[in-house]
Write a protein that binds this ligand. Structure first.
Ligand code: NIG
Ligand code: FE
Length: 393
């Protein structure tokens, strides 16, 4: 079976995770011995196998677990070069700093559009094979009007979830006048990039932008119709989380160094705390305190942060395993955060859930349970991936 289907019934589902508590048991809405019908790009029916309606085609997953496609709500895929030497130095004790971004900026500025697009496309294909059916892609390695606009245009060719991150770091040529760079980001750069972007982001942290600069960037983006999200408190606690909550950001990402007021603010808001454990793994840093966030009632998402500096992985299943082993999330919490949590972080209700009317984004695992995503780390457990009803992996 291949290409576009008219209707398809997925049969033999030993365990179906719907993420809709009304459809099954527990917070994941789990259904045993289930079937699911796809019609075109959407889900037409979900329920008990014995009650499944007929469809044009059938695909038997032989007792496997089926979960919603992973939603990777934070990735930096458009760049050139790599920083393997920087990683190796870190593993020998060197610290991670925001300054490493500049070497990727140099390589990206020098790269042709075709190379950048091909490389981002390979990373996206890697994601699809791994079960990721929605990917957010940021700019942030161009840092000139031209290079931010062209990298965002490339991102727009790959996803509708595009994010303008001109305020990633202050580039070397503006080192002595960072406020001039913020003015450029809020002015000509934003005007050139807004047509390709849905979101505006800023790296509000030590060595990057302070709270006032971050507010200026996010508010300028909002005036251009972009929705705010931000990187904050990855390297040090600061005011970025509170800023994000105050302006109604869809998510605050990293959240590695949170204060009690940060947690209270997130828990009392609709702003999602997006945790990126691949970054702590790859920078050998302490992991965020997911349990404190969950106990307070905050919404937690998991994403890869795929980028050449702090987290060069496209694997959501690796991030799930890290979240369970290192951040003490339960396998169920980690799976929810990697699917429905990511959908919340992107303010999407059509993905991250398997119910009638949702987009048919689903992953058949080779295993009877989603617990294996953490229990069998580093193993390819993805048997089949459908995105918008099409078999893509
Ligand atoms: O999300 N924190 C800021 N940006 C990226 C790292 C980028 C890099 O080191 O190239 C991140 O971790
Ligand atoms: Fe990031």
């Amino acid at each position: 079976m291949d290409g576009t289907v008219t209707s398809l019934v997925v049969t033999g589902i030993g365990l179906l995770v719907t993420n809709d508590a009304d459809l099954g048991t527990g917070p994941l809405g789990e259904l045993r011995d289930a079937a699911l019908v796809v019609d075109g790009s959407d889900i037409a029916w979900v329920g008990a196998a014995r009650a499944a309606p007929a469809a044009d085609e059938a695909f038997d997953v032989a007792g496997a677990c089926v979960v919603p496609g992973f939603v990777d709500s934070h990735a930096h895929l458009v760049f050139a070069g790599d920083r393997a030497d920087e990683f190796a130095a870190r593993m020998s004790g060197a610290p991670y700093t925001a300054g490493g971004i500049s070497s990727t900026v140099t390589a990206t500025r020098a790269a042709a559009d075709e190379l950048l697009a091909a490389h981002a496309g390979w990373l996206l294909a890697e994601m699809r094979r791994g079960g990721t059916t929605t990917t957010e892609i940021k700019s942030g390695y161009g840092l000139t009007v031209r290079d931010e606009a062209r990298t965002l245009a490339i991102a727009r060719g790959l996803t509708s979830e595009t994010t303008f991150l001109g305020a990633h770091v202050v580039p070397a040529e503006y080192a002595s006048r960072p406020d001039d760079y913020v003015r450029l980001v809020c002015g000509d750069m934003l005007s050139a990039c807004a047509p390709y972007a849905k979101w505006v982001d800023v790296f509000c942290d030590r060595g990057a932008f302070d709270v006032d600069q971050a507010r200026a960037v996010l508010e300028a983006g909002m005036r251009h119709g972009l929705r705010p999200r931000l990187h904050a408190s990855q390297l040090a606690a600061g005011g970025g989380v509170q800023l994000g909550v105050e302006i109604g950001a869809a998510s605050v990402d990293h959240c590695t160094h949170l204060t009690d007021p940060d947690i209270t603010a997130l828990a009392g808001s609709t702003t999602v705390a997006t945790l990126l454990p691949g970054a702590e793994f790859s920078t050998r840093s302490p992991y965020p305190d997911a349990r404190r966030l969950l106990a307070a009632g905050a919404t937690v998402a998991l994403a890869t942060d795929c980028n050449p500096g702090s987290s060069y992985t496209t694997s959501m299943t690796f991030c799930i395993a890290l979240a369970v082993r290192e951040m003490r999330m339960t396998p169920a919490e980690a799976l929810w955060s990697a699917t429905a949590g990511g959908a919340r972080a992107l303010q999407r209700s059509d993905i991250g859930v398997l119910r009638q009317g949702a987009r048919a984004d689903l992953v058949a695992l080779r295993t009877p349970s989603y617990v294996h995503l953490a229990y069998r780390p580093g193993v390819d457990l993805v048997a089949a991936v459908w995105r918008a009803g099409r078999l893509v992996g």
